[in-house]
Design a protein around this ligand. Sequence first.
Ligand SMILES: Nc1ncnc2c1ncn2[C@@H]1O[C@H](COP(=O)(O)OP(=O)(O)OP(=O)(O)O)[C@@H](O)[C@H]1O
Ligand SMILES: [Mg+2]
Length: 403
Amino acid sequence: MSAMGNNRLLLVDDETDFRAPLKKRLEKRGFVVFEAGSGDECQMLLGNEPVDVVVSDVKMPGKNGIEVLEWIKENHGKTEVILLTGHASAQDGVEGIKKGAFDYLTKPVEFEHLVQKIGQAIDKKKREAEKKQEAEFKARMEQQMVATERLASLGTLSTGIAHEIDNPLAIIKECAEYMKLLLNKQELATMPRKPDFENAIGKIETAIERAKRITHQLLGFVRKSETFFSETDLKELVAETVEFAAKDAENKRIKIFQDTGHANAVIWSDPYAIRQVIFNLLTNAIAAIGSDGTIKISIKDTESRVMLCVEDTGEGIPKENMEKIFEPFFTTKPPGVGTGLGLYVTSGIVNRLGGRIDISSRVGQGSNFQVMLPRSIEACADMGDNKNICFDILNEIKGDPTK
Ligand SMILES: Nc1ncnc2c1ncn2[C@@H]1O[C@H](COP(=O)(O)OP(=O)(O)OP(=O)(O)O)[C@@H](O)[C@H]1O
Ligand SMILES: [Mg+2]
């Protein structure tokens, strides 16, 4: 029986001679016990001191036990009620059960029987709380799964489209460059409205750059989107990416610190994809700071995992944006500046590699993006959330013998 330790009871009875000794005996069994001499007192007390179980007499002056029960079920639905009825009033008990009482006992009450009933009522309450938690968890997971599936199919579609757009985009770029070359030739030196043409070509080039940023983000910087596992040195990738961003950061008086010295940061993963992750997080951190600030990139390791943190002193992320930042095309940057794909692609990569991203952020103080990666894909099988993905990847790598 799970009664005892810290479970809270309220005894409601107009007879002090009955209440007071019962309270003492129940306290000796480890319950926290409150007393009320009437229905009204019970209502007042429950407002300030919620309890697990109310043990209430039925026959009381003023509000009787059934009325108290009705009020409790209406206002404190999770509290269980045990009624105490007179010897000849079993009818009251039956009515009480119909109205939601856990059970009823007839007076005079046998103490051990009462303790047992209280224990059962507490067990029921706990089971119900667990059931509710389970149902909430299930609902949350279902919601997440719908969102993940939506993003996954969107991902497949957008990667396909990006691939198709990449080729015509390359042709447009080449043609624009060719037109620029022609405009610079001597034979067109006196061409009418030449500056208008130059202007238009400039606009085409800017638009191509923007479109290319989108297709590059979706297709990966270096290769297409399939996963390719090899020995991956995170320190090396961090150093490379920081060097790549160094000039931009220096111009904005942003200092980048690398705290990667002691960690064992060689993992079995996809270096190209991880480079894109670090690049996206670093450029976001720079953008969030704007100018004058610091970014710290650190690596911490455990036997089976490595955690890469990118911490900035930037503007931070407001709570209402937290859920949206991983959605494709969500950006707070001015039109034409951000694609809103950086974090979407980043989370897609990290998921594919069997990892996880956690964020902590404070508006006006900065953000910390923590990327947890498994040391090897075998090691990620115990990383909770991504179990299934890991097993899928494992099967992919090992090959399915049935095929
Ligand atoms: N380190 C950060 N600090 C504050 N806000 C951030 C940070 N990283 C991301 N965000 C917020 O999340 C949004 C989405 O980021 P994401 O990288 O997906 O796109 P973007 O940075 O806006 O566009 P792009 O990556 O193409 O430059 C950003 O516009 C910004 O509001
Ligand atoms: Mg970005």
